[in-house]
Design a protein around this ligand. Structure first.
Ligand SMILES: NC(=O)c1ccc[n+]([C@@H]2O[C@H](COP(=O)([O-])OP(=O)(O)OC[C@H]3O[C@@H](n4cnc5c(N)ncnc54)[C@H](O)[C@@H]3O)[C@@H](O)[C@H]2O)c1
Length: 249
């Protein structure tokens, strides 16, 4: 499939994990991919991998929680590429912390990156898409935005916020030609989840929580981002698609 020929897709948190898989999928389907990440080392590696595969990609160091940096970087992308047709608003952070122990600075950082950061990027890109009268935005939520998980109050709150941010954006942007949806993955094996959980935890989690009997892979999520960003999803708007191997069932 080549659904994104002559399209430019901005992917945040594109250096590794699910973000890289999304960028790879968009690029494989013909898009030029704007790779944005706070970490330059992973960004350089991601760009090199995509270019070695013959894909079209360029990289931008960006902390999504810094609104001035978001505006400046998105302006530069538009200047260099002419248009952004697709936004995969993916960058996020996570760690465990019991509710009563959450340090205020940790609460603020989680909300700053996962909720405020997605808002800053979505708002700046939506303004540009509105001027052009077309666009597709896919926000990264989580099953943790639909049901709670102990020791993740700050993360759950940030992802629950993304679900309603997505629905509200859909209400306001649809007639401007901009479709907005979200993806709610369950347990996906990435550097993020590997940093939190040891193999024994993961095995136990699979056995007790995931009816498909395995954890998800980044490409399981990337395919859904590509679907939602494509014309195959032309009438899907304000939706949150769960990608969790049956966990919430
Ligand atoms: N892994 C899972 O099980 C899972 C499940 C549901 C949702 N998610 C969500 O998917 C997204 C990607 O997660 P992942 O597992 O691939 O994580 P990851 O840590 O493997 O990758 C996240 C990427 O985002 C970048 N990033 C972090 N803070 C940033 C910032 N302030 N500005 C720009 N880039 C930043 C990191 O450098 C990294 O490259 C996150 O929003 C996460 O909450 C993950």
């Amino acid at each position: 499939m080549q659904r994104f020929v002559n399209r430019t897709a901005l992917v945040t948190g594109a250096g590794q994990g699910i973000g890289f898989a999304i960028a790879e999928r968009f690029a494989a389907e013909g898009a030029h991919v704007l790779l944005a990440d706070i970490k330059e080392s992973v960004l350089i590696e991601a760009e090199a991998k995509l270019q070695a595969a013959g894909y079209s990609a360029s990289r931008y160091v960006l902390d999504v929680s810094n609104p001035d940096q978001v505006d400046e970087t998105v302006d530069r992308m538009i200047e260099e590429r002419g248009a952004i047709h697709i936004l995969a608003n993916n960058a996020g952070i996570a760690w465990e912390e019991p509710f009563v122990d959450i340090k205020h600075e940790n609460w603020r950082r989680m909300i700053d990156v996962n909720l405020n950061g997605m808002f800053y990027v979505a708002q700046r890109v939506a303004r540009h898409m509105k001027e052009r009268g077309e666009g597709a935005i896919v926000n990264m939520a989580s099953t943790n935005g639909l049901a709670g998980e102990a020791k993740y109050a700050h993360y759950n709150a940030s992802k629950g916020g993304i679900v309603l941010l997505t629905k509200t954006m859909a209400l306001e942007l649809g007639t401007a030609g901009i479709r907005v949806n979200a993806v709610c993955p369950g347990y996906i094996q990435t550097p993020m989840s590997e940093a939190i959980d040891d193999p024994a935890f993961v095995e136990n989690y699979i056995n007790n929580h995931i009816p498909l009997g395995r954890v998800g892979k980044p490409k399981d999520v990337a395919g859904v981002f590509a679907f939602l960003a494509s014309d195959d999803a032309a009438f899907i708007h304000g939706e949150c698609i769960v990608v969790d191997g049956g966990q919430l069932a």
